[in-house]
Design a protein around this ligand. Structure first.
Ligand code: GLU
Length: 306
């Protein structure tokens, strides 16, 4: 059978995902995300070799939310190295991304850097480096995407006005000593970081170092050393999709990170990155259509790492 080109695969995926629209719901606990049309769908592939292919709304910016946690972790690891692991763990949590229960039982040390508690601890680390950690994350993401990206102040304010759960998490960690700055400052910086707007094309470019042994073919610079790149991919594979990470690995088989804006970025080590966006989420906070799209892509191209 003739092998399909990437453009042909994307065209086929866009058809295969059609029955999955309407099965999920856009995030409404951040009010300004609730109004994003559920019909949006974009996908971008960027290969290590330099090919770039997109389909649908791949150049439309959306709120990348938790996907920023990968940039923030990368910055923290590059700044303070393994000391990060004294603040957060490396285990899947098995509980929803904003839960407090494990945190209390485990003395304020979050299970991993991608659940909210872990990301708040990373924000606390970055607050030692800059009074504006979200600005650091924005500039890093823009550098990796090779074009400036912006924080949506309306989305940030909308989340901050409703961030009671994250305030509770930050207060608990302040009491336990896992974070050192004022909880309100940490939560505000975190909400600002999550409100970063990027497109699928930009995300696929920005994640490329994770597919290219730490080197960014876009920025033409080594971003992470090789071992750290492998470790970041291990964390994505085991912790990147919250408490549905097992099911996601079963279906897609690629290190990936989701966000409640409906974006998912997947890494095909040595080969490419794939970013997808569709705002309707499953009950775990992951894009329904996005997951179906990555599953189809992985099956058609046989690119699962597992
Ligand atoms: N800002 C969101 C929150 O803290 C991020 C969650 C996500 O994207 O998964 O709830």
């Amino acid at each position: 059978m003739k092998e399909l080109s990437i453009a042909e695969v994307l065209a086929e995926v866009a058809v295969l995902v059609k029955p999955h629209f309407g099965k999920g719901r856009t995030a409404d606990y951040i009010p300004s995300l609730a109004s994003v049309p559920g019909t949006k769908f974009g996908m971008a592939v960027r290969t290590v070799a330099g090919e770039e292919h997109v389909i649908g709304d791949a150049d439309e910016g959306f709120s990348v939310q938790s996907i920023t946690k990968v940039f923030a972790l990368g910055l923290a690891l590059n700044r303070i190295g393994d000391e990060v692991w004294t603040r957060v763990g490396k285990e899947p949590s098995g509980t929803p991304f904003n839960h407090l229960s494990l945190l209390e039982a485990e003395k304020g040390v979050p299970r991993n850097p991608f659940i909210n508690a872990g990301a708040l601890a990373i924000t606390d680390v970055l607050l030692d480096v800059s009074p504006d950690p979200a600005g650091l994350v924005r500039d890093f993401a823009g550098f990796l995407a090779d074009e400036p990206v912006e924080i949506d102040a309306t989305v940030a304010a909308s989340e901050l006005a409703n961030a009671w759960q994250n305030r509770a998490i930050a207060s608990l960690m302040r009491g336990q000593g896992t974070i050192t700055h004022e909880p309100e400052a940490v939560v505000a910086a975190y909400c600002r970081q999550c409100a970063l707007t990027m497109s699928c094309r930009q995300l696929a470019r920005a994640f490329l170092p994770l597919a290219a042994g730490g080197f960014s073919p876009v920025a033409q610079e080594t971003i992470f050393h090789e071992r750290l790149t492998r470790r970041l991919n291990a964390l994505l594979l085991t912790c990147g999709i919250y408490d549905s990470v097992g099911n996601f690995a079963y279906r897609v088989g690629l290190p990936s990170k989701s966000g409640v804006g409906g974006g998912i970025v997947a890494v095909i080590p040595g080969k490419a990155t794939v970013a997808v966006w569709s705002p309707e989420l499953d009950r775990f906070g992951t894009s329904v259509v996005g997951t179906a799209a990555l599953e189809a892509f992985s099956q058609i191209t046989n690119c699962s790492v597992l």
